[in-house]
Design a protein around this ligand. Structure first.
Ligand SMILES: Cc1cc2nc3c(=O)[nH]c(=O)nc-3n(C[C@H](O)[C@H](O)[C@H](O)COP(=O)(O)OP(=O)(O)OC[C@H]3O[C@@H](n4cnc5c(N)ncnc54)[C@H](O)[C@@H]3O)c2cc1C
Length: 406
């Protein structure tokens, strides 16, 4: 067990950084300090799905009941539909044991529930990291206001533009997918009559529309993916006109029921979709990465936050087995070995899912596309939702111990 005087800094107070703070404190008994550049903890007003693989972790961290009470569990499995609303296949929505279901969360509610579990004294707002450097005494952090601090180790949970990533081996540039999404939430009272309380993905020619309930069904989330060259020369997100969104799904090739849904939307914003190639390394000595900093992925499998939550539990499990500060680089190395492989599969899978939803490449043949989506459903339930990040880390520790002490 690490001494309680061990000092670990987490850069970034997003969903990944806050979950890491909870896991390191509760599972490994470590004191952390979270540095967040913004002046308050917050999130965009849109939805996110907490999947069974993350719900399992959150239950062990003691936050799942709160999250369930704030979120919305759908009525049953989701559906993939073609542009005219014909069913392609049902979608996985729970693990094989039927213990955990997808939970639709309003992002500000999720970040609030996580923040409530972190001692406010350890969160340092308004601290924008400028650089990181390994030094004899640990890791030196320099902030944009010119101040410096030294910690025993640092975890970069600072998102797609991660500064910490620059200190770790390679740092690929984000890759633009050629797509933006129109995102937002609508009040459930505006839903067309009998709109089902499940997740739906409508897939048409080069665009798709996804929606699901949030916040005890008071809100409904929507995400509409359309091709665009907009982010290439400008900002990555911004306000958008509902009329632009409606025009993308106008015409006879889209079901009037979906058009009716879109006509009820009052407000939306656009967001460019980026990911990066899987990294070849996440850790360098006492410096490691977590969440989007380590593995930004496209949102088409709804796994970005869920993987950050898995990362947090795995990292805490490896750190809980460390005896002193000198063991931290080895704990980070083991964490990297376990997590890099899993998240690379999901990064690649998310690109493929996007190509399927939007009928790109080989999926322009819709018969093939639909067959592949059916196969993907079973993979999702087994390999994605049944995964137990803590168990996998513990098994890896056992294996390492056996090798070490045999
Ligand atoms: C349309 C869309 C839908 C999505 N849906 C889902 C979904 O259903 N399920 C899912 O699991 N994922 C989903 N995702 C992905 C998910 O949003 C991200 O994976 C997740 O937010 C990443 O969390 P993070 O904490 O790693 O990074 P971030 O949320 O980016 O947080 C990083 C934090 O670090 C701070 N920071 C950055 N730089 C610095 C610095 N230099 N110094 C100090 N602080 C810094 C930032 O201010 C921020 O608070 C979706 C993404 C999109 C675009």
């Amino acid at each position: 067990m690490l001494s309680r005087h061990t000092r670990i800094a987490i850069i970034g107070g997003g969903m990944g950084g806050l979950t890491a703070a909870i896991a390191l404190t509760k599972i490994a008994g470590i004191q952390v300090t979270v540095f967040e550049q913004a002046s308050r903890l917050g999130e965009v007003g849109a939805g996110v799905t907490v999947a069974p693989n993350a719900a399992r972790v959150l239950e062990r961290l003691g936050v799942l009941d709160r999250i369930r009470s704030l979120g919305a569990v759908p009525d049953g499995h989701g559906v993939y539909l073609d542009a005219m609303g014909r069913m392609v296949t049902d979608a996985a929505w729970e693990d094989t044991a039927k213990q955990y279901q997808n939970i639709g969360m309003y992002r500000p509610d999720l970040i609030g529930a996580l923040a409530d579990e972190v001692d406010p004294e350890v969160v340092r707002l308004g601290h924008r990291l400028a650089s990181v450097e390994a030094v004899d005494a640990g890791v030196r952090l320099e902030f944009e206001d010119g101040t410096e601090e030294v910690f025993d180790a640092v975890i970069g949970a600072d998102g797609i533009h991660s500064v910490v990533r620059r200190a770790v081996d390679q740092h690929p540039e984000p890759v633009y997918s050629g797509y933006i999404v129109y995102r937002g939430v609508m009040d459930a009272s505006r839903l067309p009559a009998d709109w089902p309380m499940i997740s739906q993905v409508w897939m048409g020619d080069s665009r798709h529309f996804m929606c699901y309930p949030l916040q005890q069904r008071r809100l409904f989330n929507f995400v509409a993916g359309v091709p665009s060259d907009r982010p290439l020369n400008g900002p990555w997100s911004g306000p958008a006109e509902v009329g632009e969104l409606a025009a993308e799904f106008a015409g006879e090739s889209w079901d009037p029921r979906l058009q009716n849904f879109i006509s009820q939307i009052e407000k939306t914003f656009w967001w460019g979709l980026f990911d990066h190639e899987p990294l070849t390394n996440w850790s360098q000595g006492p410096i490691t990465l977590l969440g989007d900093a380590a593995h930004t992925m496209l949102p088409h499998q709804g796994q970005g936050v869920n993987q950050a939550i898995e990362d947090s539990m795995a990292l805490a499990t490896f750190l809980a087995a460390a005896d002193d500060v000198g063991d931290i680089p080895e704990a980070f190395r083991r964490y990297t070995a376990v997590r890099m492989q899993r998240t690379a599969i999901l990064q690649n899978g998310s690109r493929r899912a996007g190509a399927m939803f939007d009928a790109q490449y080989e999926f322009a043949d819709l018969t093939k596309r639909d067959a592949d989506i059916r196969v993907g459903r079973d993979f999702r339930r087994g390999a994605v939702f049944d995964y137990d990040a803590q168990k996998v880390a513990e098994q890896a520790l056992g294996r390492f111990r056996k090798v070490q002490y045999a």
